[in-house]
Design a protein around this ligand. Structure first.
Ligand code: PRP
Ligand code: MN
Ligand code: MG
Length: 180
């Protein structure tokens, strides 16, 4: 897999440092609360697992799977709920954990959906933010790194469902996705 990577953007150590830094911020924010921390499948699973262990407060964790349609339906920007959380978020403080915010469509969908269910507060922590990709407004409260408009993979992020298990985040060689 390493052969398919043009350059490493964030090493395992840099990711761990970001998790510690964000964890400290989040811990302060929720010091006297018991948030519901929701990881967005599948990309955020590695980040979710690392960051919650950097936060020393009581919390509940859950996962949600949403799917956004690219290609033919890109203009519609439709996002569907695939697998729901099992937690009732009404009246709860919710923290969404994402690996990356790109167009912002996934996050916008989640914010709307969770607020309709009566969440008391909703905050967002994303490891990567790609502001140049934004199509709809979507703001995060805790951000690990701002990334350039490049195709990044690893540490949960996929290309064609692969590369998620790389222990670092890197830029994919263009020939990998242009030859397919
Ligand atoms: C990716 C990524 C974010 C979302 C961001 O998920 O993990 O959840 O896209 O893109 P957006 O800001 O343009 O909506 P994807 O839908 O590819 O599913 P995955 O996490 O299973 O890879
Ligand atoms: Mn995702
Ligand atoms: Mg994906």
């Amino acid at each position: 897999m390493d052969n398919d990577i043009l350059k490493v953007l964030y090493s395992t150590d840099e990711i761990h440092a970001a998790c510690s830094r964000l964890g400290r911020q989040i811990q302060k924010t929720y010091a006297d609360k018991v948030p519901v921390v929701i990881g967005v499948l599948k990309g955020a699973t590695f980040f979710m697992s690392d960051i919650v262990r950097e936060i020393d407060t009581y919390m509940e964790i859950d996962f949600i799977d949403v799917s956004s349609y690219h290609g033919a339906t890109q203009s519609s920007g439709q996002v569907d709920l695939i697998t729901d959380i099992s937690t009732d978020v009404a009246g709860r403080d919710v923290l969404i954990i994402e690996d990356i915010v790109d167009t912002g469509r996934t996050l916008k969908f989640l914010m709307t959906n969770l607020s309709e269910r009566g969440a008391k507060s909703i905050k967002v922590c994303t490891l990567l933010d790609k502001p140049e990709g934004r199509q709809v407004e979507a703001k995060s409260d805790f951000i690990g790194f701002q990334v350039p408009n490049e195709f990044v993979v690893g540490y949960g992020l996929d290309y064609d469902e692969k590369y998620r298990n790389l222990p670092y985040i890197g830029v994919l060689k263009p020939e990998i996705y242009t030859n397919n």
